[in-house]
Write a protein that binds this ligand. Structure first.
Ligand code: DGP
Length: 113
């Protein structure tokens, strides 16, 4: 499958990894939008949030466990941070392998753009 994030998972595209285990990988975003900008992805290819099912949802729960650990490691847990999933074209999902942006190190506005 021609998927950038699957290639990051298999190592054929390099990345700056900040966390890895059997089912989840986290790496810094190529185009950071905040002082801390990490992408947390399931290693298995899930196209978007539309494709979460009872069969694959355990990895989503695990991603949020990893996020809590990473927030502490990255030093953003106390000040706060934002976790974002863009689903589909209108939300600006450019990579069709589901991922969560973890953004921190600055103030964020609401509502998002
Ligand atoms: P989204 O627009 O929500 O689909 O976010 C995709 C993000 O992926 C975007 O912030 C840029 C990042 N990105 C795209 N290609 C690469 C890559 O090859 N390496 C890394 N580290 N990040 C990438």
């Amino acid at each position: 499958m021609d998927c950038i994030f699957c290639k990051i998972v298999d190592g054929s595209i390099p990345s700056n990894k900040v966390y890895e285990d059997d089912s989840v990988l986290a790496f810094t975003d190529l185009s950071p939008q905040a002082p801390v900008h990490v992408l947390i992805i399931p290693k298995q290819h899930i196209t978007s949030a539309n494709d979460i099912t009872s069969e694959n949802s355990a990895v989503i729960a695990h991603i949020f466990e990893v996020a809590a650990v990473l927030a502490r490691q990255l030093g953003i847990d106390r000040d706060g941070y934002r976790i974002v999933n863009n689903c589909g074209d209108k939300a600006g999902q450019s990579v069709k392998h589901m991922h969560f942006h973890m953004l921190g190190g600055r103030d964020f506005t609401w509502p998002p753009g």
